[in-house]
Design a protein around this ligand. Structure first.
Ligand code: NAD
Length: 237
């Protein structure tokens, strides 16, 4: 059972050059959520939605993991059973840093995958456009879609988040504004909690966190990693 839950968001990938959603110059400044990332947009704007995710997929192809991704992967490999890594990110920077598929949960899906809207089969397509892979599901002929959770859709992987929150004693939150997931509530559920963002967010009450770092993830991560190691060594290992 994992004692430490590391939960990341768009901010951890910002220093690798992938846009966050809500900040200045973020993706929402250039696209309307309701057009490309909301339940139903595949029916009302299928081409625009496909194009938006084709562009996101192409964008991550050459991006490389930063020190924060790498150190978290190192920690996970050192304490495989004690640490769980969950991310809201749909990019593959943890995987590029060496994380195996079973070692990480992508709560909001994974850009490199398509899913059939009929039979739910998942296809890994790398960084190519959806239509370059196939016009329809190779298994059942149904329509394909990005394997990404849109606003207003169910997020099946949240079940794992709930399980981990029930078990963990330390939650480490890195690079999320808290607008989608209520990380203040998560901090209230756990004995110890760490928050790392660039700046305070209206959606987070940081007084509930044991430790707060308002600085770049790549600057904060070494101290955070040390805290996690000390925490685990003192209690469980
Ligand atoms: P967000 O854009 O709402 O907030 C980003 C947060 O990261 C902010 O609080 C900001 O202070 C912090 N931040 C920015 N740069 C940072 C840095 N260098 N170091 C530390 N913190 C930094 O992000 P969110 O809360 O993850 O948004 C929710 C949704 O956006 C998620 O569902 C996620 O799937 C999606 N998203 C994912 C990606 C990706 O996969 N890389 C990119 C954009 C959006």
């Amino acid at each position: 059972m994992s004692k430490v839950l590391i939960l990341s968001g768009a901010g951890i990938s910002a220093e690798s050059g992938i846009s966050t959603f809500r900040e200045r110059d973020g993706l929402w400044e250039k696209h309307r959520v309701e057009d490309v990332c909301s339940a139903g947009c595949l029916d009302t704007n299928e081409d625009g939605t496909k194009k938006f995710y084709d562009a996101r997929r192409a964008d991550i192809k050459d991006k490389v993991p930063n020190y924060a991704h790498k150190l978290i992967v190192e920690l996970k490999h050192k304490y495989p059973d004690e640490i769980s890594v969950l991310t809201q990110n749909i990019d593959d920077l943890f995987e590029k840093a060496g994380m195996k598929e079973h070692e990480i949960v992508h709560l909001h899906g994974f850009l490199r995958e398509l899913r059939c809207r009929e039979c739910d089969e998942i296809f890994e397509i790398g960084y190519i456009n959806q239509d370059e892979f196939a016009g329809e599901c190779p298994s059942c002929g149904g329509k394909l879609r990005p394997n990404v959770v849109f606003f207003g859709e169910a997020a099946p992987e949240y079940q794992k988040l709930t399980q981990e929150l029930n078990r963990c004693e330390l939650i480490v939150v890195i690079g999320t504004s808290g607008n989608v997931l209520d990380v203040t509530y998560f901090a209230q559920l756990t004995d110890y909690s760490i928050l790392n963002n660039l700046e305070p967010s209206d959606a987070i009450d940081d007084s509930y966190f044991t430790k707060v770092y308002y600085e770049k993830a790549t600057d904060a991560i070494a101290e955070i990693a040390e805290y996690i190691e000390d925490f685990l060594e003192a209690r469980f290992v």
